[in-house]
Design a protein around this ligand. Structure first.
Ligand code: SDX
Length: 428
């Protein structure tokens, strides 16, 4: 059933088609707005009401707390799938057969190395450099060593660039950590699974054998799946708009890493732990931090709370909260900040300020507690988010490029000075 929206401007009516998605979402298609109204546009800071694209990758319902990748629920995928299966699903649209998954993994393993000269770039960074800045730089630098991954227009060229970044990114992330920790840079072991191999590259001690830990690998697998995609969030929109200029996959991903770094976005997982540590240091005084979060004069926000889309529980936060208890129990770890986090959550969910604004824990609220239990340092939490989000960024970039979407170039409403003549310096 086709339906239209009517906009009336100065007594004149304009009709615009309403499009409907497969989950019954409605959008007013304003592609012709400016041309048929003689220049009228819309404005929507932060794009809170504006769709940038039609996408078949991820569906989320913020009111109901639903998240699905290519139609599969996040709850099922987190419980039953391997991270690389989910990566394949997001990128190519279907869960792989055993044969497809083996080929995909083998093609990725073939690329799980980087040019030795990358180590010279890494050596140029001070040990104190934040890993996200190092990682985005190294990801961009990959272009110099893989020039045929820049202009990728055919599906085959895209596939080659995709397996390259999926093979090389874990190496870059692990090396970024090891440089930071003063450990020698090492490769993993291609006989291991993708997640296990990453963990080995991160934590293998120079003079000791590496022993896989099933609990750790399973927890990390689940966390990476939960972070894999989230429709048009800030960093994914960044990847799409950079890629829309026909910039290559690696530099588009690098731009996404930088957007993710912000504490309002992926950087929140690090900020949550720093906040919980501060509360612990203050003798567990959650009330002080709740008051700060509600004080409009104070820029402090309750990190890990609130979400642009979820006005109900973030389904990922629910899964991670349960996993946090399980992982800490299985590893025999007592972490007092888990109790502080639970106390803070309980207080916030009973506080009118948070209830009225529908502020619930988001994906970042509990994830850091698990990363900590796995031995991952706080400033590596957001790189872990980036590793998880890599397949989502790739899938969204590929969908945008295959869909031959136009270059992203928003309009604006100018509110500056109107025309004025130049005043010579002597007369100013
Ligand atoms: C991620 O978009 C995605 O999908 C992102 C992500 C993904 O997977 O890619 O889910 C990952 O980024 C999760 C979010 C991580 N960020 C944080 O935890 C940082 C803390 N949260 C916020 O800063 C905030 O909630 C945002 C940025 C997440 C959302 O901000 P919005 O949608 O722009 O909402 P807003 O700033 O307009 O807030 C609405 C009201 C405001 O108060 P009023 O002006 O109405 O009085 O709620 C208040 C805000 O001040 N508010 C908070 C708050 N979050 C919102 N007040 C205190 N603490 C908070 N955390």
């Amino acid at each position: 059933m086709s339906r239209n929206a009517t906009i009336e401007i100065d007594g004149k009516k304009y009709e615009f088609p309403i499009i409907e998605g497969t989950e019954n979402e409605l959008a007013i298609d304003i592609k012709t707005l400016r041309s048929i109204t003689g220049g009228v546009t819309t404005i929507d800071p932060g794009f809170k009401n504006t769709g940038s694209c039609e996408s078949a990758i991820t569906f989320l319902d913020g009111e109901k707390g639903i998240l699905r990748y290519r139609g599969y629920s996040i709850e099922e995928l987190a419980e039953k799938a391997e991270f690389l299966e989910v990566a394949y699903l997001l990128i190519f649209g279907e869960l792989p057969t055993a044969e497809e998954l083996t080929k995909f993994h083998n093609d990725i393993k073939d690329q799980a190395h980087v040019d030795e000269d990358v180590k010279k770039i890494l050596d140029g960074f001070p040990k104190t450099a934040h890993p996200m800045g190092v990682l985005s730089s190294l990801t961009s630098a990959l272009v110099a060593f893989n020039p045929d991954s820049v202009n990728v227009d055919s599906e085959e060229e895209m596939y080659n660039a995709i397996v390259r970044i999926l093979g090389k990114f874990p190496v870059l992330a692990a090396w970024t950590y090891r440089k930071h920790a003063g450990l020698p840079l090492d490769y993993g072991d291609n006989s291991l699974g993708y997640v296990d191999n990453f963990f080995k590259m991160m934590f293998k001690k120079p003079a000791a054998d590496y022993e896989s830990n099933e609990i750790v690998v399973s927890a990390l697998n689940k966390l990476l799946i939960l972070h894999a995609d989230h429709e048009q969030n800030c960093s994914t929109s960044t990847v799409r708009i950079v890629g829309s200029s026909n910039a290559g996959l690696f530099v588009s991903i690098s731009a996404g890493i930088n957007a993710l770094w912000g504490p309002l976005h992926g950087g929140a997982n690090q900020a949550v732990i720093e906040m919980l540590e501060a509360i612990k240091g203050d003798g567990g005084d959650t009330k002080k931090y709740m008051a700060k979060a509600k004080d409009k004069e104070d820029s402090f926000r309750l990190m890990g709370f609130g979400h642009r889309v979820y006005k109900n529980f973030d389904p990922r936060a629910k899964i991670i909260k349960v996993a946090a208890d399980e992982v800490l129990n299985e590893l025999g770890i007592e972490d007092p900040i888990l109790d502080i986090a639970k106390g803070l959550e309980k207080e916030a969910l009973e506080d009118p300020y948070f209830v009225d604004r529908k502020l619930y824990p988001n994906v970042d609220f509990y994830s850091g507690i698990i990363y900590r239990a796995l031995g991952i340092p706080t400033d590596m939490f957001t790189p872990m988010f980036a590793l998880g989000r890599l397949p989502g960024w790739i899938s969204q970039w590929r969908e945008m490029r295959l869909g031959k979407e136009p270059i992203g170039r928003p309009r604006q409403i100018y509110i500056g000075e109107t025309h004025r003549n130049f005043i010579p310096l002597k007369k100013r």
